[in-house]
Design a protein around this ligand. Structure first.
Ligand code: DGL
Length: 272
């Protein structure tokens, strides 16, 4: 059995491309349709009500593209709005539970830290999943508000003094807490991995939610006989709710490769 329809991925903006990057590595035969809500980013500072409304519209857009599965790449949507996907007629993957499971597997001292947007940290969703799997775990939550603008500005080098100072300030309490495992609970944070490793040292394992989710998707497609087995190169399309050219300019930082401008289209997400 096979299913040659594309996988739909959405995010509040560009950040979800870090998850697409992992899908390219893990399920290279799959076509991807990506929607980035660049006209309404950020989600992480908004109310739960607004995030749910936006997530529902994003999901509807992808369903209209006839995808076989939907992934909320956004840590914020996954934390506070996953219930908008309960009724979807296609399988749905969020990034929180897979990251939490990977963290539980990785920790040796039972001390896990979670970093994410304000909304993600306030939801305590990672903590709930971690404690359901490991009731005696200790979880420390920290929002890192400046990490997203830093990455979007192109400031992520582990040699950049501004990057290192910002990362150190946010992660000082994580270090003091003694976590041996850190969940990167926001799409942009994997781009700062090198700087984070430099600050925390190699005794802390970083959990990239995109890697954990891509593995889970791979396993699911295989078990369900839903893999794309067409014998041709995979095709990807990108949709945004604001200017395609700004997306194309910044996309390569997060995706790790150039995006063909002809493959990026603007959609009116408010009217869905
Ligand atoms: N994509 C968001 C997340 O992973 C970060 C940007 C935003 O706040 O919308 O939480």
């Amino acid at each position: 059995m096979s299913d040659n329809r594309a996988i739909g991925v959405f995010d509040s903006g560009l950040g979800g491309l870090t998850v697409v990057r992992e899908l390219f590595n893990t399920v290279p035969n799959e076509d991807i349709i990506y929607f980035g809500d660049t006209g309404r980013v950020p989600y992480g500072t908004r109310s739960v009500e607004t995030i749910k409304k936006y997530a529902s519209q994003d999901e509807r857009f992808l369903l209209n593209q006839n995808v076989k599965l939907i992934i909320a790449a956004c840590g914020t949507v996954s934390s506070v709005a996953a219930d908008t996907a309960y009724e979807l007629p296609v399988p749905f993957f969020e990034v929180v539970s897979h990251a939490a499971k990977a963290a539980v597997k990785a920790t040796k001292n039972g001390k896990i830290a979670v970093i994410g947007t304000n909304a993600t940290v306030k939801s305590r969703q990672h903590e709930k999943v971690i404690l359901s799997l490991m009731p005696d775990a200790k979880v420390f939550n920290q929002s890192c508000t400046l990490f997203v603008p830093l990455v979007e500005e192109g400031w992520y080098s582990a040699d950049d003094i501004v990057v290192l100072e910002t990362v150190s300030r946010y992660l000082k309490p994580v270090f003091e807490f003694g976590a041996d495992t850190l969940i990167l609970g926001c799409t942009h944070y994997p781009i700062l991995s090198e700087a984070i490793e430099k600050v925390l040292g190699d005794s802390v394992t970083l959990i990239n939610a995109g890697v954990a989710t891509a593995e889970a998707v791979k396993q699911y497609l295989n078990e369900q006989g839903m893999e794309n087995i067409r014998n041709k190169e995979s095709e990807h399309s990108f949709y945004v709710s604001d200017k395609p050219d700004s997306f194309v300019k910044q996309a390569s930082i997060l995706l790790g490769r150039e995006v063909d401008g002809n493959k990026v289209q603007k959609v009116d997400i408010n009217n869905l």
